[in-house]
Write a protein that binds this ligand. Structure first.
Ligand SMILES: *[C@@H]1O[C@H](CO)[C@@H](O)[C@H](O)[C@H]1NC(C)=O
Ligand SMILES: *[C@@H]1O[C@H](CO)[C@@H](O)[C@H](O)[C@H]1NC(C)=O
Length: 565
């Protein structure tokens, strides 16, 4: 029987419910348990593909091409699992399932209602995920963590809260545990910690028929003893059921904090985890994972030297849209014991036009760029800022500054190279201008198997290193010399295959291609410490203890540690 841990939130959103949920998963993994996660979002959208990164943060892509938001990325990184679109439940998905069934006549003409039909559909969905094999081993998860988005008491989340209320009886007390994440604000000049909002949100929860097993209190400073007693008394829970989660130096510290206050014992007791037989080898794996995790957090606190990476993109004032890239850089920097310093540079600020409208910003941006140890251009859409990015790529290429271009960033590198080295002054991408005379990047759609009429190349695809690259390619070396790799994609436009020979003649090598040889996946420049572009998104597969190789390459090169063979 799978154990379920439901994580709800109270007071306000954005207080780190996801971090507490994924940290709980990390703790359980350290025991050798198999853990999966579900994120419930009470929106009507069916997937995140059409949502604007501006009001939604990054779109995260799963192996199966599911377009989700950054929370599932968080779970993948913390739990070191690969999830699929079924791990993301939305109101929209549930309703469309129920309506489809109704149209098929599955309800035999009965009145179809939120209770029980929607609430049943939610519970069935959760049970489906819990019954799904977690990886190639074909084994099912021991624990499923369910994060309920929004806050308890919202109109939107009501059907899900009701479904959870029913679900606790469906699976039984010893298989269901609820963590309620709340906020303890501090007010006044003496910094008094206030418990009233927490009391009220727990009251809402109880009113909906759910009882918290653990109240996780987020606060900037450690909880005062009196505060804990107060929450315990007014929320009708034992003092040990109040978990204080103060701000710590990084998200990686949260599992450690939770373990230090006895959470492992708590879950063991509450969920009768001893019932689960854990094979010896998985127990050892779990211990090893934990030791590495501890080491990571300890070294995190002892980082003195920095590595500076400039990210040139759009919406750089909205860092959430590049969260996976940021995480990937952080994981790689930690692996080389460096503190990561990011310089967010808005691409348009590098364009000569800016020198006219805001010369101070223009010069500051260029100074930031030129002073960075390495430059990264992430994926993106739209034509704004392209020229600024091309200038950044030119700087990197011409000054031996390590460069990693992802998706659009790879296209930028190609445009720059074509214009300045291959004598194609009009080189441009057909994505930004379909009528361009010299399209070095063209539309190469792939007919989607999952999205009706979709043309995006989405999800996991293979890249094959080309013959003869065993000794010459830095990227291949970073991947341990493998013949092929699998990475996640999300794009429609690619390097024009007809121009590849021209570029290669001038020293830009296409070292990785798809199985047909027509789609360029990895490009790498001769006679440069690290000038790499990739069509796929390596940032979707990074792990704290297993950084994505291309990011290792960028960081290592930025530290001056990578030499062309
Ligand atoms: C799940 O899909 C919905 C619908 O598009 C999206 O809004 C939400 O962000 C996704 N959630 C996660 C965790 O990916
Ligand atoms: C920016 O503008 C100033 C004043 O017009 C000019 O002197 C300077 O050369 C410009 N700088 C660059 C890098 O174009």
């Amino acid at each position: 029987m799978t154990k379920f841990i439901v994580v709800t939130g109270g007071v306000i959103s954005g207080i780190g419910k996801g971090v507490i949920a994924s940290s709980t998963g990390t703790l359980l993994k350290s025991l050798g348990l198999r853990v999966t996660a579900i994120k419930i979002d009470p929106y009507l959208n069916i997937d995140a593909g059409l949502m604007s990164p501006l009001d939604h943060g990054e779109v995260f892509v799963l192996n199966d091409g599911g377009e989700v938001d950054l929370d599932l990325g968080n779970y993948e990184r913390f739990l070191d699992v690969e999830l699929s679109r079924i791990n993301n439940i939305t109101t929209g998905k549930i309703y469309s399932e129920v309506i489809e069934k109704e149209r098929r006549g599955d309800y035999l003409g009965k009145t179809v209602q939120v209770v029980p039909h929607i609430t049943d559909a939610i519970q069935n969905w959760i049970e489906r995920v819990a019954a799904m094999p977690i990886d190639e081993s074909g084994e099912q998860p021991d624990v499923c963590i369910i994060e309920l988005g929004g806050t308890v008491g919202d109109i939107e989340s009501a059907p899900f809260v009701e479904a959870m209320r029913q679900f606790q009886f469906r699976v039984g007390q010893e298989n269901f545990c609820l963590i309620h994440v709340s906020l303890i604000p501090v007010v006044g000049s003496v910094g008094e910690q206030k418990t009233k909002p927490t009391q009220m949100s727990v009251r809402d929860l109880r009113g909906a028929g759910l009882t918290p097993d653990l109240i996780a209190c987020r606060s900037s400073a450690p909880l005062n003893e009196g505060v804990r007693a107060k929450i315990s008394m007014f929320c009708h829970v034992a003092p040990e059921q109040v978990l204080a989660v103060r701000d710590v130096s990084s998200v990686y510290h949260v599992p450690v904090l939770m373990r230090d206050v006895g959470m492992i014992e708590f879950f063991k007791r509450r969920l009768s985890l001893d019932q689960i037989q854990i094979p010896q080898d998985r127990q050892l794996q779990g211990q090893k994972l934990w030791n590495n995790w501890l080491e990571l957090t300890q070294s995190y606190d002892r980082l003195f030297d920095t590595v500076t990476i400039a990210i040139v993109g759009k919406y750089t004032n909205l860092h959430d849209s590049y969260i996976s890239v940021y995480k990937a850089l952080e994981h790689a920097s930690l692996a080389y014991r460096r503190k990561l310093e990011i310089r967010w540079i808005e691409a348009t600020d590098l364009e000569p036009e800016k020198n006219k409208t805001d010369p101070i910003q223009y010069h500051e941006s260029w100074q930031n760029l030129c002073g960075a140890d390495g430059i990264l251009i992430p994926g993106g859409f739209g034509s704004r800022g392209i020229e600024g990015m091309v200038l950044a790529a030119k700087w990197a290429r011409g000054h031996d500054v390590p460069y990693l271009g992802i998706c659009l960033g790879m296209h930028i590198a190609i445009i720059e190279f074509a214009r300045n080295i291959c004598d194609m002054p009009d080189a441009y991408s057909a994505e930004m201008n379909p009528k361009t005379k010299t399209p070095v990047v063209i539309y190469m759609p792939e007919i989607s198997k999952t999205h009706l009429g979709g043309t995006m190349r989405l999800g996991l695809r293979s890249t094959f290193f080309q013959p003869g690259t065993e000794t010459t390619s830095i990227v291949r070396k970073l991947h341990g010399g493998k013949e092929s790799i699998q990475e996640r994609h999300r794009h429609r436009y690619e390097i024009n295959p007809e121009m590849v020979a021209t570029f290669e003649g001038k020293g830009l090598q296409f070292v990785g291609k798809d199985e047909s040889g027509k789609r360029m996946e990895i490009v790498e420049l001769d006679n440069h410490p690290f000038f790499v572009g990739c069509q796929y998104h390596p940032e979707y597969l990074t792990r704290p203890l297993k950084p994505a190789p291309l990011f290792n390459g960028l960081i290592l090169a930025s530290l001056g540690g990578l030499k062309k063979a």
